[in-house]
Design a protein around this ligand. Structure first.
Ligand code: LMR
Length: 337
């Protein structure tokens, strides 16, 4: 037995009963655990540990426990964490503004259109732009449509005049807020609740699951269901870490990620619907849903942002998304017939 252990140590093979240390994936993110992304991160942990038979251990750090927005990107590039799932609105500071095409107002009619774009050439070509930054893109998750909240009713575009609105670090979002006559304020997600509470900013935009789980509805008297934008996540890893994994492990992790992505997209809509019901039930925020005519007026008021950023986000990508959205709408109309 001793000879066997000794031979095994010499040959570098793990000797029977001597388990190699698991490979650790630190998965950091900025939202609460009971959100589409929070639940998906947990799902990935379970599947990754199952499919690798424990050879990989995933440690999930939600709610900016480890790093805030900007810091987490740097931490990933340095290898201090191995996996993130930031909003695609946060790649601008890395010099990849093309991701901001997803921030254009009223670009996507529904989740299916977003999935067609992210799972297609555009999604792949955008991930390719991260490689030179030491980042590998694995998948796209989503958190549905964004809504506006503030401490006054937001029914028509001019209601935004003079408001300070918190946004993510995106030039397209900045221009969108300015187009409404409001003042954009870039801020880390973890700082938004206290900034709203202390009136450093007057309002913000997010899917309701984020608004509710961060208790922002407790410090915002009005919520408008505007569906004016879409929140897309990019699941990314440190490229060097990923490439040095054994091929077998990578395949098992890719399987876990594929299944988790199906799960995440399946729960996103319901999570936001449940959050909206909870906000309504709290009676802390007056909820107003735009009617079709109002939505059309908002869309017209915000469309100039498309023309302004067509060059910066990539004309070809934008034209391709218009085509995909038109096809999806036509298919929907045909189905109704
Ligand atoms: C935000 O900063 O508002 C969101 O991107 C947070 C998130 O990751 O959902």
């Amino acid at each position: 037995m001793i000879r066997l252990v000794f031979a095994a140590l010499l040959l570098g093979a793990p000797s029977p009963g001597f388990a190699a240390e698991p490979i650790v994936i630190k998965f950091s993110h900025v939202v609460a655990g009971d959100t589409p992304k929070g639940k998906a991160a947990e799902k990935f942990r379970q599947l990754a540990e199952k499919y690798t038979s424990g050879r990989v251990k995933v440690e999930v750090y939600p709610n900016s426990q480890l790093y805030k927005d900007r810091e987490e990107m740097e931490a990933l590039q340095l290898g201090a964490v191995q996996m993130l799932a930031p909003s695609v609105s946060k790649f601008g500071p890395l010099g990849v503004r093309e991701f901001e095409v997803f921030d254009l107002p009223y670009l996507f009619p529904d989740a299916e259109t977003v999935d067609r774009v992210t799972d297609g050439d555009i999604g792949r070509s955008l991930f390719a732009k991260l490689e030179s930054r030491g980042i590998r893109g694995l998948a796209y998750w989503d958190n549905g449509f964004k809504q506006f909240s503030a401490n006054r009713p937001l029914r028509v575009p001019r209601d935004f005049r003079g408001l300070k609105m918190r946004i993510q670090s995106s030039k397209v979002l900045e221009a969108t807020i300015r187009q409404l006559g409001a003042l954009p304020q870039v801020m880390a997600f973890s700082e938004v609740y206290s900034a709203l509470q202390q009136r450093v900013v007057d309002g913000t935009e997010n899917p309701v699951s984020n608004l509710y789980t961060q208790k922002m509805h407790e410090v915002q008297s009005h919520l408008t269901i505007s569906d004016h934008g879409y929140l897309v996540y990019a699941v990314i890893v440190n490229k060097k870490f990923w490439e040095q994994l054994q091929a077998e492990i990578r395949t098992q992790l890719e399987k876990a990620m594929r299944e988790t992505t199906v799960y995440e997209r399946a729960i996103a809509k319901k999570e936001n619907e449940d959050a909206l019901a909870a906000v309504r039930a709290s009676n802390k925020t007056e909820v107003y849903a735009l009617g079709d005519a109002e939505r059309k007026r908002w869309r017209e008021a915000l469309l100039p942002v498309h023309a302004k950023f067509a060059q910066a986000v990539g004309r070809d990508n934008l034209q391709a998304i218009y085509r995909i959205a038109a096809e999806a709408e036509a298919e929907k109309a045909n189905k109704k017939k």
